[in-house]
Design a protein around this ligand. Structure first.
Ligand code: PLP
Length: 395
């Protein structure tokens, strides 16, 4: 068995790239000013902040003014969802929000929080492959609908949602469209011109940037074609980030984020192709060689780095722990979901029976994953699964 640790949990988080670390180190040590300070050290930091905004905007193909740095992907989701919902309701436009039933808790729980303030939430269902059912989505639209929030790609099963089609359904209905792209940003092409969303959230730590920096894209700087804001800030404070997110900016983290975004977009196609090959080898080999296994999520409409498989008759936690001892770091669901023992709402949404759901493993590939690592993992996985199945039959 392997002793060297092999990390296959890149959907939970990624290691910071050396280039990112070096870029941040200089800022921490040399350019530590507060970007709001008037003296030169402060203005130095302000310049780095604005250069970073430009880099992110250029990589993504949007305007620098449309990029807001936040404290996390979760915070970007909250500003987008709460900020829009409260603004729209305050203008008397309605109190209904549509989302999907496989969202990350950052979106799902934020929508449920809105219910306390008189909002009604419809969770549009996904099909058995984990793709939002467009007919059911369309049926959910009401005259009172002010916001739709649907993730770009799922964090557990990696399925990529039909964002452009959803954008087309929503176009001209006056419904603001937010997409949580925390797992998709920098990994698959996203086109802010044609995909029809106004708001997008991303997070640096999923793309080899630092933890604790999020990105919120606001089309038209948060204003509609008539120049009226379609959302409002959710925190009071000093008016940083054009008022959208008050708090002293984390300039070192933001500089690191810009470097991570730049590299992710420059190498997107190359990395996606490489990771897709490894992912396909992993999925095919498991399904072909280990009996009673089921792939969760669509076979091809999935993130290049995600494999999520259920092993019938195996306890997922036990499998994770056995793999950990053998040197492989994987996940049973999303990092957040695995704190609680609750069955994954995402697998439930696919209609999986409880016995199958219990033994699900998420394996997510990254930049440093090699063919040798995948082959070593495959060589060890089969015997461990067999062993656990034999044990559970004895109990
Ligand atoms: N949305 C999705 C789809 C995620 O996968 C995550 C993190 O796992 C988040 C939101 C939250 O991002 P952050 O960890 O930056 O708060």
């Amino acid at each position: 068995m392997h002793v060297e640790k092999i990390y296959l949990d890149h959907a939970a988080t990624t290691p910071v790239l050396t280039e990112v670390f070096n870029a941040m180190k200089d800022v921490y040590l040399e350019h530590f000013g507060n970007a709001s300070s008037v003296h030169s050290l402060g203005q130095d930091a302000k310049e780095l902040l604005e250069q970073s905004r430009e880099t992110v905007a250029r990589s993504f193909g949007v305007l620098p003014e449309e990029i807001v740095f936040t404290g996390s992907g979760t915070e970007a989701d909250n500003i987008a969802i709460q900020g829009t919902a409260f603004k729209q309701k305050g203008q008397g436009k309605g109190n209904h929000v549509i989302t999907s039933n496989i969202e990350h808790p950052a979106v799902q729980q934020t929508c449920r929080y809105l219910e306390k303030f008189g909002f009604r939430i419809t969770e549009a269902p996904v099909d058995e492959d984990g793709i939002v059912d467009l007919d059911r989505f369309q049926d959910a639209i009401e005259p009172e609908t002010v916001l739709a929030t649907v993730m770009n790609a799922n964090n557990e099963i990696g399925t990529i949602q039909p964002i452009r089609e959803i954008g087309e359904i929503l176009a001209d209905k006056g419904i603001i469209f937010h997409t949580d792209a925390v797992q998709a940003f920098g990994k698959i092409p996203i086109n802010p011109e044609t995909d029809g969303f106004q708001l997008l959230s991303a997070s640096a730590h999923k793309i080899y940037g630092p933890k604790g920096v999020g990105i919120l894209y606001l089309k038209g700087c948060g204003k509609d074609a008539d120049g009226n804001p379609y959302l409002q800030p959710i925190m009071g404070g000093g008016g940083h980030e054009s008022g959208w997110r008050s708090a002293t900016e984390n300039v070192p983290g933001i500089v690191g984020t810009a470097k991570a975004v730049e590299i992710a977009f420059q190498e997107l196609e190359e990395q996606a192709n490489r990771e897709t090959r490894l992912r396909d080898r992993l999925i095919d080999a498991i399904l072909d060689t280990i009996p009673n296994t089921v792939l969760n999520g669509h076979r091809t409409k999935r993130l290049p780095n995600n494999a999520n498989i259920s092993f019938e008759g195996v306890d997922g936690e036990a499998l994770l722990l056995r793999l950990d001892v053998a040197g492989y770091e994987v996940s049973t669901g999303s990092a957040c979901a695995s704190h609680g023992a609750k069955a994954s709402h995402v697998l439930q949404a696919l209609g999986r029976d409880p016995r199958t759901m219990q033994g699900s493993l998420r394996m997510t590939i990254g930049r440093s994953t090699t063919t040798e690592q995948i082959e070593a993992f495959l060589a060890d996985l089969g015997p461990i699964v067999e062993d656990l199945r034999a044990l559970s039959q004895k109990i």
